[in-house]
Design a protein around this ligand. Structure first.
Ligand code: DGL
Length: 248
């Protein structure tokens, strides 16, 4: 069984890493659209077009499953992808919302994501449907270049936190949804900043969804093939540095 995973760039490696560790597939084909990252500040029709093109590319590898490891694409293009696909397509937003199912409905939730993910209102809509009321959404686009540059803690990160979160009572936040697949790389700093919050990570959420809704069970091993629309070697180096996910 072969799973295609795509993201606008390297952030989806956080999702690929969780799926790889869970060994739910024999093979993963990861495609990062590094030539066109970021998606998060592009308009809807552009993101839909890019996402459909990414899926077309992955179809060349005879995938049986597609994981959209990009919140921006999940917020914008999942319906279009599902219409065009002959295999299951799963986005990280439905997984992230599902991960909150058993949480207290009065929890103070902070959603952080790209401009496009936040303005789509998709998380809020799905969370409200589940009965959650206290949701604050903040677009934090500067987190993406920080992660791409490998800057995940220290003064610059804290200054950017202050910039975005100055009006938030951080002790009172119960749940932070990492609504961008780059953000798990900032988990450590975010957890320090929001000491009482549970962080929701798209990768872990999607593994749970794949196990529970598609009855996927662990294979003996999973191999991964890393591809990118620009500088594939750069993606492989990052993957090796950060996640140690290259087999062989
Ligand atoms: N990885 C993307 C996401 O999850 C963010 C990066 C981008 O803006 O393309 O939304």
């Amino acid at each position: 069984m072969k799973c295609g995973i795509f993201d606008s760039g390297i952030g989806g490696l956080s999702v690929a890493s969780s799926i790889l560790k869970a060994k739910l597939f024999d093979e993963i084909i990861y495609y990062g659209d590094t030539a066109r990252v970021p998606y998060g500040n592009k308009n809807e029709s552009t993101i839909i077009r890019y996402s459909l093109e990414a899926m077309e590319f992955l179809k060349n590898f005879d995938i049986d499953f597609l994981v959209v490891a990009c919140n921006t694409a999940s917020a914008t293009a999942v319906e279009e992808l599902k219409k065009e696909a002959s295999f299951p397509v799963v986005g990280v937003i439905e997984a992230g919302v599902k991960a909150l199912e058993n949480e207290n409905k009065n929890s103070n939730i902070l959603l952080i994501g790209t401009k496009r993910t936040v303005s789509s209102g998709k998380y809020e809509k799905l969370l409200k449907k589940k009965g959650f009321k206290n949701i604050t959404s903040i677009a934090t686009p500067l987190f993406v270049p920080l992660v791409e540059e490998g800057i995940t803690d220290g003064k610059i990160v804290n200054d950017v936190f202050e910039l975005y979160f100055k009006n938030i009572d951080r002790e009172k936040i119960d749940i932070v949804i990492l609504g961008c697949t780059h953000y798990p790389f900032l988990s450590h700093s975010l957890q320090k900043y929001f000491p009482n919050a549970k962080l929701i990570h798209s990768g872990q959420a999607i593994v749970e969804l794949l196990k529970n809704e598609y009855n996927l069970t662990p294979k003996k091993s999973t191999s991964i093939n890393l591809l990118a629309s620009d500088d594939p070697e750069g993606l492989r180096i990052r993957a090796k540095e950060w996640l140690d996910i290259i087999n062989g």
